[in-house]
Design a protein around this ligand. Structure first.
Ligand code: NAD
Length: 298
């Protein structure tokens, strides 16, 4: 049985850490939010008061934090992971961050004698709770092989993507594709309705035809068609517009770095920004269907 240090016990990190506990391991977790601390405690995590207390005795340290800036701050500095984790601990970041942050974590970890793996996840909050996340593992062969065992209690799929930062690069491209698909689904759902099509019948057509996608199957933005869709619940978020904009923006940054022209991703970013400007940033990202609706209702 291993000792896990865990920094960031939010919507994803909390249930992931709990699955580690349920698999029989010790998890020492740290988070700034009282609510996250309480949820984690309820899930069996030993909640501690500092990064030092979470990591100083760990076999592996995981982070699950909002953005690159948070990841850098918990690794770096005199209260950080690099200062207090034993050199034998494997370090793995499951957050969705920019490529530069992931590169920084790899390079600095190596300089300081640690092995770091970028280990972003796909599958959302429900996948985190069920222990069925897809993990994308990027790093040196040795680190990736060690990471496989540590992530197993949280994973439905484990994919070795290659060297340093290939996990996070895979995640960024995957999510960009998802949100471009979602734009098509959002506009398609509105056009189908205004053409007088029965929503269920059209969904049946699209779901067995060339227009099908994960967004279509899971997030269809019309109430009563897909059980998992936020549309059934007044668009309360399963994935917020703010988080969607963050992820698409990471792809746009990567496009800038590499000279790839991302017209569709730019448009997706504009659409999520439009929802945020309307005060709907905490609502579900599939509410972009509203932007196509002639009277703004969905
Ligand atoms: P969240 O905001 O619910 O959780 C993040 C947690 O980090 C919060 O509890 C916050 O208090 C804590 N935190 C922030 N700064 C900290 C610090 N300095 N020290 C300790 N704790 C700190 O976010 P989430 O939905 O759990 O997402 C976490 C990461 O996973 C993000 O990068 C997100 O993009 C990614 N992700 C999310 C989903 C999803 O569906 N929510 C899916 C895949 C990946």
């Amino acid at each position: 049985m291993a000792v896990y240090g865990w920094i960031g016990l939010g919507n994803m990190g909390g249930p992931m850490a709990s699955n580690i506990f349920n698999a029989g391991h010790t998890v020492r977790g740290f988070d700034l939010s009282q609510r996250a601390q309480q949820n984690a405690r309820d899930g069996g995590v030993e909640v501690v008061g500092s990064i030092k207390d979470a990591v100083s005795d760990a076999d592996v340290v995981f982070t699950s934090l909002p953005k690159g800036v948070h990841v850098r701050s918990v690794f770096d500095g005199e209260d950080g992971i690099w200062e207090h984790a034993p050199k034998t601990a494997l370090l793995a970041d499951t957050s969705t961050v920019d490529l530069a942050t992931s590169r920084f974590c790899h390079e600095e970890s190596q300089k300081r004698g640690f092995v770091f793996v970028d280990a972003p996840v796909s599958g959302g909050i429900s996948g985190a709770a069920a222990g069925t996340l897809t993990f994308m593992l990027g790093g040196d062969e040795d680190g990736v092989q060690r990471a496989r065992e540590f992530v197993a209690p949280m994973a439905g799929n484990i994919i070795e993507t290659g060297g340093a930062t290939t996990g996070i690069a895979s995640k960024i491209v995957n999510n960009m594709t998802l949100f471009i698909n979602l734009m098509g689904i959002a506009e398609g759902s509105q056009l189908a309705e205004r053409l007088g099509l029965d929503a269920q019948t059209f969904w049946n057509v699209a779901n067995t035809s060339s227009g099908q996608s994960w967004a279509q199957r899971t997030w269809y933005p019309v109430p009563g068609i897909v059980a998992s869709a936020a549309a059934n619940n007044n668009f309360d978020a399963t994935f917020t517009a703010e988080l969607a904009l963050k992820d698409v923006s990471l792809a746009l940054e990567a496009g800038n770095e590499t000279g790839v022209n991302l017209e569709a991703a730019s448009l997706a970013a504009e659409m999520f920004q439009a929802l945020i400007d309307q005060g709907l940033g905490k609502k579900d990202c599939s509410l972009i269907a509203k932007l196509a609706s002639p009277d703004g209702t969905v």
